[in-house]
Design a protein around this ligand. Sequence first.
Ligand SMILES: [Zn+2]
Length: 294
Amino acid sequence: MPQLDPWFFEHRYFETYAIASTVSAWVLHPFAYLHNLEDLWLDGGVLQFIQPYNRREPAIYPVIQLAIEDTFDSWHTLTFRPGGDDYDDEPQNMCYPIEAACETFEIDYQPFLECSWLTFPNDYDPRGRFRSWKAEANAYEEYFAELKLMGTLEELSGPLCDEIFFILFLNREALAGFNRLVAMHLDDLYVDDLEEEYRSLFRSNGVLLRKDIPAWAYHAVYYRDRGACVRCGQRVDRDISPRDTPEIDHIVPLSKGGLNDVTNLQILCRSCNRSKSNRDSNAGTRYERWWSKK
Ligand SMILES: [Zn+2]
């Protein structure tokens, strides 16, 4: 692959939107997906989210990684190999989603059908189909565990997380849901019990110290929200008048456990920011169309 300008990435994988939608459902309905999310909070896992303004991996990345793993864990979905002929339903043209993803990103991997070490049970049909769902589930489980062990899943996560985050960044509601979810778990910690490297990031129990917003995060949010207040739509264009300086709002207030992270920011005009209550942790729902319908 040719080296790209670091401002660009190639959007290549077709399942990206489905995984982004999984992340959104999880963070907006965490109680319905307790089981999917529980690994995130094990052994003080909530601390992985609190590093301020990580520009390489915004705070929501561990949730995206989990959703990627969850998606590829499924043995019951087959898909076409990239570049394969959709009208050709020969079994060898079908593969599991993780295989399709590896081929898309040109990552070396062990194809399922070439795994001689898999204990294919008697009811495996050499044309590549199983005679029972249970046989397939067992074989796939072994295969997936091996791909994890060999680091294939981790290698895939890099480019996939970037693609998925690109979509999620526009979804302020999901980002707010993520910050509310982390805030809920931060609230369970006692700062005095933490090691110094973490303790120093807190102001008090459940509340992080305010960090300066770096220029890259400021610009990202300004351009995403297109220089307009996400509540009332008023332009806050800095070039017109110094009075209109945009105010960056923490969607979930820091005092309510919100993060110092690009996922927790939005643009408000001065008057909407002043009138926002400290209990309000909802994202602005106003988006500017690409063109007017009138
Ligand atoms: Zn406003």
